[in-house]
Design a protein around this ligand. Sequence first.
Ligand SMILES: C[S@@+](CC[C@H](N)C(=O)[O-])C[C@H]1O[C@@H](n2cnc3c(N)ncnc32)[C@H](O)[C@@H]1O
Length: 198
Amino acid sequence: MPIGVHLICGLPVVTRQRARVVPLASGDVVEIGFGSGLNLPHYDRANVRSLIGINPDDGLPHLARRAIARQDLPAELLVESAEAMSLSSGVADTVVVTYSLCSIPDVLSALAEAHRILRPHGRLLFCEHGLSPKAHIARLQHWCNAPWRALAAGCHLDRDTGSLIRLAGFEMERYDIYDLGFGTRILGTHHVGVARKR
Ligand SMILES: C[S@@+](CC[C@H](N)C(=O)[O-])C[C@H]1O[C@@H](n2cnc3c(N)ncnc32)[C@H](O)[C@@H]1O
């Protein structure tokens, strides 16, 4: 399953979505749900001072460490959960999360942790699939959620990403919801944007 996730997350259509926000990261960056490190090539070397990836041991840390070793970024991996990070408060300028808010079990705790580790006015950059604004698709997402979660390592189809981010104490600076439009709307509705710590 982890290798399957790595392959799907590396598809060109997915790569194009992450490229919309990851290059905006700056300063000291923490990426939660680091996975196999597929965002590494998208960081702007001129603007990122340091990068810490956070991920529990899901079988991918060896891929993540290999990806880090191949890069020219000062980066490290902490094998731990985003809901309870060992990082001190106020250490990050940017928190990045891509395709992980769907599968982190206690997503509100993870977002509260992201808020805690950010410096005042720090930014959360996100690129996620989630709840469709269209009622008939949202209904389908709710129906399919339980079997999908069982098949796809706990991934939720119907998380309302923007509401969860706001609830955790962020305000949106930029927030786009769009559909990838190739017939997979239950999985293709994207929530992509930049939120600032209130
Ligand atoms: C679909 S993958 C996405 C990986 C990567 N962010 C990307 O864009 O390719 C979801 C990732 O979230 C991670 N994850 C699941 N639960 C987590 C948690 N509690 N804290 C941090 N990461 C978690 C999984 O291990 C997996 O690596």
